[in-house]
Design a protein around this ligand. Sequence first.
Ligand SMILES: Cc1ncc(COP(=O)(O)O)c(C=O)c1O
Length: 395
Amino acid sequence: MRYASVTERLKHLGSAKWDLHFRARALAAAGRDILEFTIGEPDVPTPAALIEATTAAMNAGRTGYSNGRGEPGTVAAVARRYAARRGRPIGTDQVVCIPGTQTALYGILRTLVEPGDEVLLGDPYYATYEGLIAQTGASLVPVPLRPEHGFRLQAADVAARITPRSRVLFLNTPHNPTGAVLRRADLAALGEIARAHDLWIVSDEVYEELVFPGVAFTSPLDLPELADRSVVAASISKSHAAPGFRSGWVVGPTEFISRMLPLAETMLFGAQPFIADMTALAVSEPSPVAAGMADRFARRAAMFLDGLDGVAGMRVHHPEAGMFTLLDVRATGLSGEAFANSLLEEHSVAVMPGESFGGSLGGWLRVSLTQSDDRTAEAIRRIAAHAARLQGHAA
Ligand SMILES: Cc1ncc(COP(=O)(O)O)c(C=O)c1O
């Protein structure tokens, strides 16, 4: 039988990147005590008030069909939140509610690009982006994110890769896997290029509320001169420890939203009203859990830095936000994949090979910051021992 070409484009972009994670889970299910530092899930439960709001809405009969844009109260709450933060009006016609950042990005890219177009994306990048771009038929143009610039996307690196086919500059700030947060000056310089070449700016801001103490978050939406070309996607998954609720949104120019709306309707025919009610509550008040997570994740990032930087030639990155840190293990002579595989086999510690996040993280590891301090300390001890043994072999 024949299948659409999109299935070919996505064939190798699914779970292969998560091989090690699934192997670790299988070992754990078979009874081995695995220290799992692969994926990042919030380290606290969804706040009780939000669970109660959801069940109250279900009990109140909020279980019917919704509409493509989202429940009016939720759309208004998201618009209010963005208007308040940006200090300028953002109308309800600039918002679509949609089940999570992932779905939001799918819809955004579907609205903006097609075969023949190019999407400029910082490399390394979050593992699903390759598939998100590939599903549209557009090409991913990787732009190296360099450790010497704190992994922040540099305008000169973007400028060098612009072609007549460039359509979208795809940002992720705060960034997964590097934890980098773009500065206002970075965005101004990137914005100048976007304006000069008539590019859309798509910004995945799902980690906005997990910025570490002392770091300031800026969105392209904060720069008025970029308002007509910037589209933001975010959700309550990280900020409210609620990834299973699948509740997010898109904020962008009115015409963009009106063009994306039929796509959202075609895909979803609306989201769940009881989840919409809970989301309206979530975005209307400060998150009760985000600041605590940011504090703990910053503390654990410092534990990795103190415990492993310089050990057996390893270097440890200093993230500014998010749920991950990066270890540079190139000095051991192994790829990230080989290091991660042997670490799992010999020390029962599961971390992600950098190679899962694009070509430029070869020889690096991504480590999650969401495990308890005790387990983090133990993982640091085992990683140090493993690297020291590998270095002994290499010497
Ligand atoms: C950078 C990035 N974007 C999007 C997502 C998915 O977010 P959501 O749960 O809102 O779909 C994740 C999840 O880990 C992520 O790391």
